[in-house]
Design a protein. Structure first.
Length: 136
C-alpha cells in the first residue's frame, strides 16, 4: 500500500509531467542527450548574474532558493524546481523588470535548453516511475 504522502508526491509529479508535455514542442533535443537530463554548465553564469542575488541561502525571495539547484534533473524535486524556473522566465516575471536582465539571446538559449532538458527528464523519470511503487 502506498502512503498518503507518497501518493500525493506521485500525483503531483504526474501533473508536472503532463504540464511539461502540453507546453513543449514534440521535437527531439538537438544538443541534449535524452538519456541525460542535465542543464549545461554554460548556463551557470546566467543564473549567477540574474537570479542568485535574490534566490540564495540567505534571501530566498519568494521562498525560492536557486544556489543549490542541481544541474542534473534526475528526480522529481529537481524537476519541479527547474519547472518553476522555466515557468517564471517564460512568463517574463523573472527576473523582475527593475533587476538586471539577461541578454535576449542568452535567455532564449537558456530557455530552449531547459525546455529540452525537461522533456528528457520527463521521459527518464517516467521510465523510473514505472519501476517504482507509485506505478502500482
Amino acid at each position: 500500500m502506498i502512503s498518503p504522502k507518497a501518493s500525493s508526491i506521485c500525483a503531483g509529479f504526474a501533473l508536472l509531467t503532463i504540464g511539461i508535455s502540453a507546453t513543449l514542442p514534440l521535437q527531439p533535443a538537438a544538443a541534449a542527450d535524452p538519456a541525460q537530463p542535465v542543464m549545461g554548465d554554460q548556463h551557470r553564469a546566467l543564473l549567477k548574474e540574474n537570479c542568485l542575488s535574490c534566490h540564495n541561502e540567505t534571501k530566498k525571495k519568494g521562498g525560492i532558493r536557486l544556489d543549490d539547484l542541481p544541474f542534473a534533473v534526475n528526480n522529481g524535486q529537481a524537476a519541479e524546481r527547474w519547472q518553476q524556473v522555466l515557468d517564471q522566465m517564460n512568463s517574463g516575471d523573472m527576473p523582475p523588470e527593475d533587476e538586471k536582465q539577461p541578454e535576449k539571446s542568452a535567455k532564449a538559449n537558456f530557455l530552449d535548453d531547459l525546455a529540452h532538458v525537461m522533456v528528457a527528464a520527463r521521459r527518464t523519470l517516467q521510465t523510473s516511475r514505472a519501476r517504482s511503487p507509485c506505478a502500482g
